[in-house]
Design a protein around this ligand. Structure first.
Ligand SMILES: *Cc1c(COP(=O)(O)O)cnc(C)c1O
Length: 225
């Protein structure tokens, strides 16, 4: 099946409020263009250098989402054009995005990443750390970032109940944060969860943004990097 066919089939499965981030990391620009010509506009990348190059070469109406672990020293490269940063995992990083965005008078949309998986390797705040950060209130002074919701990755496991439990825990935390800190923010509305192997349970649990790569583009070729 072609990229356009994969995309079409996938979009038919997504209920109305759920938007698709086509995760194009490690895939060539030709593949992105194929999805672009089939109508896809939101693409997700996880390496700053790779995304920068693609952003420079590809159509300017593409909405680039950064879904990887973002280092503070690289924030300045993506702030001029990034549409959404999914992986804010510390207050320090949020401050740096605010600082760099302020320099060019932009406001950058961000999601807070929560660590919901059992694997140690994944990034993100624990629920408790995130509560403390929100309660501390420093984020309210940052006028060049806009918190638009939360992001999380479930454990890589075949245990469907565990995956469901992890996504549901993120959904409950979203509801808590919304009520306590963002009740008057229309922008705080996104829940980024679900990848190729687990987007069904993610949607069941209330995802609004699914980040899907291999199901659209095929397996990634890491050898060329
Ligand atoms: C790579 C990646 C995805 C997409 O994974 P697939 O299994 O190819 O759908 C989604 N989210 C994040 C954070 C990723 O790094």
């Amino acid at each position: 099946m072609s990229i356009a066919d994969n995309l079409k089939q996938l979009l038919e499965e997504l209920p109305d409020p759920v938007r698709l981030v086509a995760v194009s990391k490690f895939h060539p620009e030709a593949s992105i263009l194929e999805a672009y010509h089939a109508g896809q506009r939101i693409f997700g990348e996880s390496k700053v250098q790779e995304m920068d190059a693609k952003h420079n070469h590809l159509p300017q109406d593409i909405e680039w989402h950064f879904i990887g672990h973002l280092q503070t020293n690289k924030v300045k490269y993506i702030v001029p054009y990034i549409a959404l940063i999914h992986g804010i995992d510390s207050f320090k990083l949020l401050e740096e995005v605010d600082r760099q965005a302020g320099k060019i008078n932009r406001t950058v949309d961000c999601l807070l990443q929560l660590h919901i998986a059992t694997e140690e390797t994944k990034f993100g705040f624990s629920f408790e750390e995130c509560r403390e950060m929100l309660a501390a209130g420093g984020w309210k002074q940052l006028s060049h970032v806009r918190l638009c919701g939360l992001m999380g990755m479930a454990s890589l496991t075949d245990n469907a109940e565990q995956i469901e439990r992890e996504f549901c825990s993120l959904h409950s935390f979203f509801a808590e944060a919304k009520q306590q800190w963002f009740a008057h923010s229309d922008a705080f509305s996104e829940l980024s969860m679900g990848m190729s192997h687990d987007y069904h349970p993610a949607i069941e649990a209330g995802s609004t943004l699914v980040r899907i790569g291999s199901k659209i583009f095929g397996e990634r070729d890491y050898s060329s990097h």
